[in-house]
Design a protein around this ligand. Sequence first.
Ligand SMILES: Nc1nc2c(ncn2[C@@H]2O[C@H](COP(=O)(O)OP(=O)(O)OP(=O)(O)O)[C@@H](O)[C@H]2O)c(=O)[nH]1
Length: 360
Amino acid sequence: MKPAPRIPVTLITGYLGAGKTTLLNALLRDPAMGKAAVLINEFGDIGLDHDLIVETTEEMVLLESGCMCCAVRGDLTKALTGLLARRKAGAAQFDRVVIETSGLADPGPILHTLLVEEDLAKGFRMDGVVTLVDAAHGEATLDRGFEAVAQVAMADLVVLTKTDLVPAATVDSLQRRLKGIAPNARQITADHGTVASGALFGLGIPAELSEASAAEAWVNAAPARKPLPALTAFGSQHGLFGAAFTQTQPWAARHDDRIRSVSAVIDQPIHPGLFNIWIDTLIQLRGPDILRFKALIWLEGEEEPYAIHGVQHVFDPPVKLARAPKGDRKSRIVIIGRDLAEGVLEESLAFLNSPAETLR
Ligand SMILES: Nc1nc2c(ncn2[C@@H]2O[C@H](COP(=O)(O)OP(=O)(O)OP(=O)(O)O)[C@@H](O)[C@H]2O)c(=O)[nH]1
């Protein structure tokens, strides 16, 4: 029997006051939202945002008493497990979950919870990370704290809010900066919380769709700007993830500079052995510093590609995609990392281009 489709989860994040509650209120009126369960996380004792939500769905859970990424993770697990059980028993009806995080939350551990808790991973799939950035205070917020930069780096979609409060040139320059931090994330603007209907949904791994063409758009990888460096032997100048990886640079400069995003398009199907070595090494050595990993991978000898996504050292099981487009058997990989020395991810990606003899 085919397993039931997993329920998509959307994570709405963004710094304090970025406009998350305003957006959620507008979203609750969007027919594209369908039947949704909404989880709201509050930092501090009083669940103020809960009172600010004017229209509610039937399933609204307020997670209090701390930041979701640390203290409340247990609560998040409990809330999601509870929702799943009630849905199974017919006591709750919803087809998606939307989580509004506290402004201080790091989306990484929250995404982890969805991936590592076995029951949750079976019942839910991540549909997308939506990060709100306040156009009026965005630059200053990014300058002040790395949390805000990391929230942008993890986004599938960046939503600019309060653009009505600043000149167009300010919006342009902020958008350029955001593109630098998250080159693969789409950017849209919200007018007092209102975005085009459905714009926030369908951003995740198209697992249940099984469409390779959709996966290409999901990965959104651009060919490397410079050709991948040639590998002469196993590993390269630095080894697969060698010296340069352990030697991170002093990150005194801008917070933005701590984020490095690398994407590659690999023309030929990849030897499965090479791919396994590569990904194991990446996870073992640099797992905690991989903020996001998305890939559409063609392996030698296989007719369909795999979609893979990961957050730090936790990876969702690869999803084999059916209905692959004819012709193009190029793998696409995007890695967003923090505190990684320049050139190292590129070099490691070059390993995937190396002939299979490298293994022997
Ligand atoms: N001018 C303007 N104000 C906005 C817009 N979107 C939100 N706001 C205002 O920004 C303020 C903060 O919005 P919230 O939705 O409470 O922000 P939040 O991200 O939920 O805030 P925290 O829960 O503190 O993290 C409110 O006064 C909103 O009315 C916008 O597009 N334009």
